[in-house]
Design a protein around this ligand. Structure first.
Ligand code: NDP
Length: 327
């Protein structure tokens, strides 16, 4: 089998040199274990944080060891009564094509959707969008909702969910003209703009002339500043991510004083604290997805050897929707 190891810790923007493809033996499963062939793996922005040697809500990756992350595979051999060959399983041993591990670490999936969906709309990013919008930002029908990183995995779902939940107006920002067109033409956003064109506050004002009631923040930095400046009284902000600052720190908002007069609520959250909402996601969003009322765009890169490039591409914005690696 093959694994991708962290060869060195990135300084700023990661490069291919920070990764190494390593050949490893794949043993037969011992009692209670399964041997799984991975089909698809996820690359996610939070992995950039784990490449730094800092204490966080997930432990850092170790230099010289395999990376890990979400993946879906098929059981090839089983020495556990709980799983049998051919079972589709969700687990945390991505960045490798084979894995042998304790069967309890693998969750059997009903094959109701393609394997990749369990890493996107019916998985962690889907739950992030669902919880962030409905529980953290407490979106109400009629709200004007602004989503940054709107063409990504979480953002594309948050915006569509807002529409389906009766938002009055849904506005998105993304990093290319093609993504902006995709948001309004394919995903039903009412307005969208390209943040690379500059004048964020001006573009947001034009897209949301009545102000913003809910901000779903995937970006931080200047996006958060603009959202605060365009927020209506009582607006709620789900602070989900801050990708503008993952490689290098960026300045934060300089208008925090507005939180007072506008009575704003900014609330950070971590999706793994909200696993109890998974059944609601599957029921509600799963039905919309099956009916074609929610689209779950995906960008695929082929081959484990190209997983580092997929991750670098994710940080650059090469993806529309969920970035995935087919193994
Ligand atoms: P995405 O699919 O959105 O991919 C990342 C995107 O970020 C890129 O496609 C790129 O799109 C955009 N981006 C990169 N650099 C910048 C920048 N400087 N300014 C603005 N946009 C940038 O990833 P996910 O949907 O998986 O994650 C979205 C956010 O949600 C991330 O911040 C992530 O950390 C966070 N998250 C938080 C969770 C939680 O529990 N709180 C759980 C899951 C995700 P573009 O072309 O538009 O620039």
């Amino acid at each position: 089998g093959r694994e991708i190891h962290l060869a060195s810790r990135p300084q700023g923007v990661p490069t291919p040199d920070n990764f190494r493809l390593v050949e490893v033996d794949v043993p037969a499963p011992a009692e209670g274990q399964v041997k799984v062939r991975n089909l698809v793996m996820s690359v996610d922005p939070y992995m950039r944080g784990r490449m730094n040697d800092v204490k966080s809500y997930v432990p850092p990756f170790q230099v010289g060891a395999a990376l890990d992350g979400g993946a879906v595979g098929e059981v090839a051999e089983s020495a556990s009564p709980d799983l049998k060959p051919g079972d589709l399983v969700l687990h945390g041993y991505g960045w490798r094509d084979w894995v042998v591990g304790d069967a309890r670490r693998f969750r059997r999936l009903e094959p109701v959707a393609p394997p990749s969906a369990f890493l996107g709309v019916l998985g962690m990013p889907g739950l992030t969008a669902y919880v962030g919008l409905l529980d953290i930002a407490a979106m109400k029908p009629g709200d004007t909702v602004f989503v940054s990183g709107a063409a990504g995995a979480v953002g594309s779902l948050a915006g569509q969910l807002a529409k389906l939940k009766g938002a009055g107006r849904v506005v998105g920002s993304a990093g290319s003209a093609a993504k902006v067109a995709y948001l309004t033409e394919e995903l039903g956003f009412d307005a969208a703009f390209n943040y690379r064109d500059g004048d964020l506050a001006g573009q947001l004002k034009q897209a949301a002339p009545g102000g913003v009631d809910v901000y779903f923040d995937n970006v931080g930095g200047d996006h958060l500043t603009a959202a605060i400046s365009r927020a209506n009284v009582g607006a709620r902000m789900a602070i989900c991510g801050a990708i503008a600052g993952y490689n290098e720190p960026v300045p934060g908002p300089d208008n925090m004083m507005m939180l007072i007069g506008k009575r704003l609520t900014l609330r950070g959250f971590i999706v793994s604290d909200h696993e109890d909402r998974m059944p609601d996601l599957i029921r509600e969003v799963g039905a919309w997805y099956a009916e074609g009322r929610i689209k779950a765009p995906e960008t695929f890169v082929a081959g484990l050897e190209n997983a580092p490039e997929a991750f670098l591409g994710l940080l650059r914005g090469d993806n529309t929707g969920k970035m995935l690696v087919n193994l």
